[in-house]
Ligand binder design. Structure first.
Ligand code: BYC
Length: 321
C-alpha cells in the first residue's frame, strides 16, 4: 500500500515537472521524461503526418509523364521528391520516440495508422496538380507553420525545414491555376472544376471541428498543437479567398460571407459524413493508394537489404581500424 502511494507521488512530481517545462515554453527532447499519453499522441500524429507525405506523392506522381512542358515537369519532379524527403525527416523524428520505421509502415499497411483524408481523391487532370499545390499544400503550410512551435523538439525542427520547401510548393500550384485562368475558356473551366472538387476536402484536412475533436484538448495543453483545428481552418479560408479572387476563381460555397464583426469569413457546413467515410477507408482511392504503397514497399526490399548490408560492413571496418 505504502509502495503504491509512493509510486503515485513520484508520478505526480514527474508530471508536474513536465508540465512546468511545457508552460515555460521549453522544448521536450527525446531523452526527457514525458507522460505516456504525450508520447503516444506524438507517435500517432507524427507517423500519420509522415505517411501523408509519402502517400501524397501518388496523385502527383501520376502526372509527371504528362506535364505540359519540360519546365512544369522539372518543377513537379522536384516537388514530389521534396515530399519523399519530408516523409524521411518525419519518420526519423518519430523514431526518437521509440517506434521503428518498420513498425510505422506495418501500422499503415494494417490500416491501424491513418494518413490525410485528402490523398484518397483522384488527380484527374493537369488543373488538379494546380489545385493540389495551391490548396492542399496551402492548407498543409498553415498547419505546419503553427507546428514549427510544437513542444517536441525533433518535430518542431523538422517542421522548420519542411515549411521552407512547402511555400515553394504552394506557389507552384498557384502559378498553374493563374496560368489556366489567363488561358482559354476550356482552361478556365478546368481550373474551376478542380477548385470545386478540392475545396471541401482541403477544409477537412484540418480535422473535425474543435467541439468534435477528441485529441485537441490534451494537444493544446501540452503545446503539441499551438492552434486548434478550427483556428487553422479559418486562417486558411481567409487567405485563400483573396487569392482565388485575384485570379478569377469562385469558391464553391454559397454561404461564404465576410463577417465584419468577427473580421473573417463565415463558411458553409462541411460534410463530415464524407470525411469520416473517407478516413475509414471508403474514399474513391483508399484501396488503390494502400495497394500501391504495399507493392512498391515490397519491390524496394532489396534496396533496404543492400543498405543494411553496407551499414554492417562499414561498422565492421570501423571496429577493425
Ligand atoms: N485526415 O482529434 P483530432 C502534405 C483523425 S501532407 C485523416 O482533431 P488530432 C502533402 C485523427 O487522426 C501534410 N484523419 O486529431 C504531401 C483522429 O483519429 P484517430 C499532412 C484525420 O491529431 C504530399 C480523429 O480524426 N499534414 O502536406 O488532434 C503532397 C479526430 O481528430 C484528419 C499533417 O499530417 C485528416 N485530415 O488533429 C502535397 C499535419 N484530421 O487518430 C501535400 C499533422 C483528423 O484518433 N497533423 N483526423 O483515429 C495534425 O496537425 C493533426 O494530426 C490533425 C488532426 C490536425 C490532422
Amino acid at each position: 500500500m505504502e509502495l503504491l502511494e509512493k509510486t503515485d507521488q513520484v508520478h505526480e512530481v514527474l508530471l508536474k515537472t513536465f508540465e512546468e517545462k511545457i508552460n515555460r515554453g521549453d522544448a521536450i527532447e527525446p531523452r526527457d521524461r514525458m507522460p505516456d499519453a504525450y508520447r503516444k499522441h506524438l507517435m500517432r500524429q507524427m507517423s500519420q503526418h509522415a505517411h501523408s507525405e509519402v502517400i501524397g506523392m501518388q496523385p502527383e506522381g501520376n502526372w509527371i509523364t504528362r506535364a505540359p512542358s519540360l519546365r512544369a515537369k522539372q518543377i513537379l519532379l522536384a516537388k514530389i521528391q521534396d515530399e519523399g524527403g519530408h516523409g524521411l525527416y518525419l519518420y526519423s523524428a518519430a523514431e526518437t520516440l521509440g517506434i521503428t520505421r518498420d513498425e510505422m509502415i506495418a501500422q499503415l499497411h494494417s490500416g491501424k495508422a491513418k494518413y490525410s483524408n485528402i490523398f484518397n481523391y483522384p488527380a484527374l487532370n493537369w488543373a488538379d496538380i494546380g489545385a493540389i499545390g495551391w490548396l492542399v499544400d496551402g492548407a498543409a503550410i498553415v498547419n505546419q507553420v503553427s507546428l514549427q512551435r510544437t513542444s517536441y523538439g525533433p518535430y518542431s525542427r523538422a517542421m522548420v525545414r519542411i515549411c521552407k520547401e512547402e511555400s515553394f510548393h504552394q506557389r507552384q500550384g498557384y502559378e498553374i491555376m493563374a496560368k489556366m485562368m489567363a488561358g482559354t475558356k476550356d482552361q478556365n473551366d478546368m481550373a474551376q472544376d478542380a477548385m470545386d472538387r478540392w475545396w471541401w476536402p482541403s477544409l477537412m484536412m484540418f480535422g473535425p471541428h474543435d467541439s468534435d475533436s477528441p485529441h485537441t484538448s490534451d494537444a493544446v495543453k501540452w503545446k503539441i498543437k499551438r492552434n486548434t483545428n478550427d483556428e487553422l481552418r479559418q486562417k486558411f479560408i481567409d487567405k485563400t479567398v483573396q487569392q482565388a479572387e485575384v485570379i478569377g476563381l469562385t469558391i464553391p460555397d454559397k454561404d461564404l460571407k465576410w463577417n465584419e464583426a468577427k473580421g473573417c469569413y463565415d463558411h458553409g457546413a462541411i460534410n463530415w459524413d464524407e470525411f469520416y467515410r473517407v478516413v475509414a477507408g471508403q474514399g474513391p482511392c483508399n484501396k488503390q493508394r494502400l495497394a500501391h504503397h504495399k507493392k512498391v514497399h515490397a519491390e524496394g526490399a532489396w534496396v533496404r537489404e543492400a543498405a543494411e548490408a553496407y551499414r554492417i560492413k562499414k561498422e565492421k571496418q570501423l571496429l577493425h581500424n
